[in-house]
Design a protein around this ligand. Sequence first.
Ligand code: URA
Length: 282
Amino acid sequence: MHMDEIRRELASIISAVKTRIDMEKRFGVDTITLSKPNKVTSLSLPNAVTQIETIETHVAKKPIGGKITVPTVEANGRSPDDALKTSGDQTSMSEKEQKIKLLEELRKEMMSCHKCPLGKTRTNLVFGVGNPMARLMFVGEAPGRDEDLQGEPFVGRAGQLLTKIIEAIGLKRSDVYIANVLKCRPPGNRNPLPEEIVLCMPYLIKQIELIQPKVLCALGTFAAQTLLNTKAPVGTLRGKFHEYKGIPMMITYHPAYLLRNPNDKAKVWDDMKKVRDFLNEF
Ligand code: URA
């Protein structure tokens, strides 16, 4: 192989590794494991970054046919911090207040819901949380134990990962809105039953109508299949925008699945970059 080709190849490998490290850091991972035949090394991310930068400087010393470009996380010139957040500051308080009022009325209505047996076994109803003016709304499956105890969605381990995913695209948890398909915990964290979904779905539909997000993000099989009314597996649905009643909807893996399958974090990072870039376009 010609030297120039080797350098180009090396530059693209470095770029891929940097993107990967960036993603891991954003999702809160601080160690990566490098494996060679017969040798496994764990590196703290700052050390890994320093090593990569040393190699990169070395490769870049003799640029071939121009500068080596490493794709940056920010896809365009706009600050993601500003562009992705809510439109709340620009819109009138009355619209925000109106939404808060209507959401509160809906929550009160749901408090007395015993349409299915989960109303009897729940500790708390888990309504939804976040900014009523959110441009991005996440939909999960159902409360787990921690959520049932605290009455707030995504506060357990999966929730902590979701918070990191949100922060990875330059937002805070308080910028977005988070709700579930089911508002009460299925005992033992079993899967939601079809009849429970049917009975609970009107509440989620109402929440989406009130929030009016610019983008929805369905987390995992139950949210994706319910909102799209399909039986297709999440693996084939994820990674592209679908539509829910005219609202673009990204499908991605559920954070709880990611805790069990960390190798799929890169796919979720790809999906979330699409959401971030979509919101940046607005
Ligand atoms: N998993 C979900 O789908 N929702 C939660 O609120 C917590 C875990």
